[in-house]
Design a protein around this ligand. Structure first.
Ligand code: GLN
Length: 549
């Protein structure tokens, strides 16, 4: 049987529960334990797939095609493991299961209620991953903040499990905030006391308090928190602000969070933490030897969480290249033919982001044209790849008003078209082409050089695809489809051989980038940006003056 760690949050949202949970799991993994994490979200959507990025940040897609919370991305990036559908559960999914069972008559005439039926289903799912004998420890992050009405059934489920499971099989960590009042020059413990009180009123008593703070907590303060919140003094953990999220596991190790958990869970067969790869990555991240500036062109750029995995992939790829990647957000809605060179002129690379709908589309197309014509390294992801196709159709193949049928259903040249199997779909949730699919790569292509392999699998989330009716025309004009799905013929990768670095992919390579396994496309894109930057500052600049432009 696995051991269970529950992580709740108090005082305010955005304290970084996901990062704390992932850091603890990383430390347990580094000590030789098999650890996994799951997230329980209290909202009623069945999954976050139908949520706007403004509402909920990026939707993270797993290998098995689940649309999940972005914290699962952190879990994968930290632990270097794949999560799945089972790792993200929402209130909506819980109710859906219970209501379906009710319709089947499974409750044998009983009144179906929050307690016990909803809480039983929550508990069943909380214990599920631990039943397979695949994990020694299962961490469960409870979304939301203690005190929210919608969190109550989850907190109640934790209460019941704390009572049902053997004492040494279950542990509750409460993440809280110790605010610093500048005017009083003091750290304040009262909000934490109230938050723990609220949790206790619901019957859950935390074993460990992880305290987010901008100022160090001295021993006296830790003692005070311990005394008033009724936890052991060594179970008050300081979580100071970190310069990077990847520093947090080491900070938690210094605070002995892992050892306190191991002791409470009565786990004795652990080793000294093996974190050499992690530390090697951190060193490279902290002491870069060069710097590049990458433009991220999207329409949600005000909200950094919307492109979380892309930004993290840049961090992994930057460290690999010992290069600091400065990401400049460029709003696609405000790019015009007149201002494009001013907006993109100082960049070393251009990434056109994934997205949906027509807002900001023309700006993206103008940006692609600028990158293609000026030899600026270009990387298009999903919608970004589709924009590269449209740009080439309009400006090189001279197919006037070529478009994607997503933006213009009556486009005279529908170079991007809805996938056949998508046409009959009416329901929105979970119906895109999702998850991992194979792709075969053309020998000698840029993609081949990047992956060093001829067959790969990557994750997807889209409804539209390259229209193969135009493939011959594109290829005759020098546009290469260098990655194809072997079963359906769907174009997965496009590239321009006569450009220093121009590649677009229908899939999302950012979803598989981890600290220990950075995504090859990002690593090579940053390398190309570095080269471009070097060239710009060298006296002779043969590439920029050559026919490559
Ligand atoms: N909107 C496009 C499609 O559905 C691209 C999706 C994306 O960028 N994830 O095909």
């Amino acid at each position: 049987m696995a051991k269970y760690i529950f992580v709740t949050g108090g005082v305010t949202s955005s304290l970084g529960k996901g990062i704390i949970a992932a850091s603890l799991a990383k430390l347990l993994q580094a000590r030789g334990l098999r650890a996994t994490i799951q997230k329980f979200d209290p909202y009623i959507n069945v999954d976050p797939g139908t949520l706007n990025p403004y509402e909920h940040g990026e939707c993270f897609v797993t290998e098995d095609g689940a649309e999940t919370d972005l914290d699962l991305g952190h879990y994968e990036r930290f632990l270097n493991i794949y999560t799945s559908q089972a790792n993200n559960v929402t209130t909506g999914r819980i109710y859906q299961t219970v209501i379906n069972k009710e319709r089947e008559g499974a409750f044998l005439g009983k009144t179906v209620q929050v307690i016990p039926h909803i809480t039983d289903e929550i508990k069943r799912r909380m214990l599920l991953l631990g039943k397979e004998d695949k994990y020694d420890v299962v961490l469960t992050e409870i979304g939301g903040t203690v005190g929210d009405i919608e969190s109550l059934p989850f907190v109640e489920a934790v209460r019941q499990l704390q009572w049902e499971l053997p004492e040494e099989d279950c542990l509750v960590i409460h993440l809280t905030l110790i605010p610093y009042l500048k005017a009083a020059k003091e750290l304040k413990t009262k909000p934490t006391q109230h938050s723990v009180k609220l949790l206790s009123e619901n019957g859950v008593h935390p074993d460990i308090l992880v305290c987010r703070t901008e100022e160090p907590l001295n021993n006296e303060l830790k003692r005070k928190i311990a005394q008033f919140c009724n936890v052991k003094p060594d179970a008050v953990i300081e979580a100071a602000d970190a310069s990077t999220i990847y520093e947090v596991p080491l900070m938690m190790m210094r605070e002995k969070l892992d050892l306190i958990c191991l002791k409470k869970l009565n786990i004795t067969n652990y080793q000294e933490p093996e974190l050499s790869k992690w530390k090697g990555f951190l060193d490279k991240l902290k002491y870069p030897k060069s710097k590049v500036t990458i433009g991220l062109i999207g329409k949600y750029i005000e909200l950094q969480d919307a492109y979380k995995s892309i930004l993290e992939s840049f961090i992994h790829a930057g460290a690999m290249n010992e290069c600091k990647v400065q990401v400049v957000n460029v709003h696609s809605e405000f790019i015009t033919e007149e201002n494009v060179s001013e907006k993109l002129g100082s960049l070393d690379g251009l990434l056109v982001a994934p997205g949906f709908g027509h807002r900001g589309i023309e700006g993206k197309i103008i940006a692609v044209q600028y990158a293609r014509e000026n030899g600026l390294p270009f990387f298009g992801i999903c919608l970004g790849m589709q924009m590269a196709v449209i740009e080439y159709a309009r400006n090189v193949l001279d197919l006037k008003d070529a478009h994607s049928t997503e933006m213009d259903p009556k486009a005279p040249y529908p170079v991007i078209n809805m996938m056949e199997e998508q046409k009959k779909i009416r329901m929105m949730g979970g119906t895109m082409r999702l998850g991992a699919y194979p792709c075969e790569i053309k020998e000698g292509s840029l993609a081949h050089r990047i992956y060093g392999d001829l067959s790969i699998t990557e994750r997807h989330r889209h409804r539209f695809e390259f229209n193969n009716d135009f493939l011959e025309q594109f290829e005759q004009a020098g546009f290469v489809a260098s990655g194809i799905n072997p079963e359906t013929g769907l174009v997965e990768i496009v590239e321009l051989p006569h450009h220093p670095f121009f590649i677009g992919v229908q899939y999302h390579p950012e979803l598989k980038s981890t600290v220990e396994r950075p995504a090859p496309l990002f690593v090579h894109f940053i390398a190309a940006a570095k080269q471009y930057n070097d060239m710009r500052y060298s006296v002779k600049n043969p590439l920029l003056q050559s026919e490559m432009i």
